[in-house]
Ligand binder design. Structure first.
Ligand SMILES: [Zn+2]
Length: 280
């Protein structure tokens, strides 16, 4: 079966899952499109992806940056914390991955956790790349502030380094559902932070404001720190520099210096925040 048909079948089997971005009514699969009772239509692309934005939004993520990110993720840069997340997923449930980027983590979680998964991002180049993955995941361009899903649609919401809209997360999670969020800690990409911004305010990062905001919204959340050093082949460092927004505003000479003498490993230091049983 062609990719587009596979995704249409997947969406039909899960309906009602998506909500109309114009009127909020549930969308049903009709003749290969998503249609609401008011006749608003969203079509599947040839890759089977969806677009729920009424207006396109330009982001700083270009296809070469996203491709560099995919190479690093395929090399296993995030695998230890993705495995910790996958271990928390009850099998055969419905997962939403927020701000999924080029989709490699979503595909990993869907396969390792045997989930029916949806990934969305505001970047259409990211979703275009995600649409090329073989995993049975529905990928969509959508806005964090207006999630195109019906209420109580998901058993789990995952959020890896993405901004959170906790009101919307709460709305699309079922009662007793779970929320898994990854936030960076002070040591995340330490070598790059120190190499590019030594002596400036950007050399240090503190996740306290993000953590506080999360715990204010979800006081019962638990917090688990995951830390490791990922070994880097010399040729991988350019990809690492390209994939992270941390480097984009760095002075050119500092970047060149780092690229000329890359570190042998990169420090990964994150918190996994878990809400196990959402009270609605
Ligand atoms: Zn509608």
């Amino acid at each position: 079966m062609r990719k587009r048909e596979t995704k249409i079948h997947l969406a039909a089997a899960q309906a009602p899952l998506f909500a109309c971005p114009v009127c909020g009514q549930p969308l049903q699969v009709t003749a290969g499109s998503l249609v609401c009772v008011n006749g608003h239509v969203r079509d599947f692309s040839h890759k089977g992806t969806l677009n729920f934005l009424n207006q396109q939004v330009a982001t700083e993520y270009t296809t070469p940056m996203l491709a560099a990110r995919r190479r690093m993720l395929n090399a296993g840069l995030f695998t230890p914390f993705l495995a910790a997340m996958a271990a928390k997923l009850p099998k055969h449930q419905r997962l939403l991955d927020v701000g999924c980027g080029e989709g490699t983590p979503t595909a990993y979680l869907a396969e390792a956790g045997q989930q029916t998964a949806v990934g969305f991002d505001i970047s259409s180049p990211a979703i275009n790349l995600a649409g090329g993955l073989a995993a049975p995941v529905l990928f969509a361009v959508a806005d964090l502030a207006h999630l195109p899903f019906v209420n109580d649609a998901f058993d789990t919401v995952t959020d890896i380094f993405s901004p959170g809209n906790y009101r919307e997360f709460r709305r699309v999670l079922r009662p007793d559902g779970q929320l898994l969020k990854i936030i960076p800690r002070a040591g995340y990409l330490r070598e790059i932070r120190e190499g590019l911004y030594s002596g400036t305010a950007k050399a240090v990062y503190n996740n306290e404001p993000v953590l506080k905001r999360f715990l204010a919204a979800f006081p019962d959340a638990s917090q688990e720190t995951i830390t490791y050093d990922f070994p880097l082949a010399p040729t991988q460092f350019g990809d690492l520099m390209a994939m992270t927004p941390l480097t984009w505003q760095a002075p050119a000479d500092q970047r060149d210096q780092m690229l000329a003498a890359p570190p042998i490993s990169i420090h990964i230091d994150v918190d996994l925040l878990t809400v196990s049983h959402l009270v609605k």
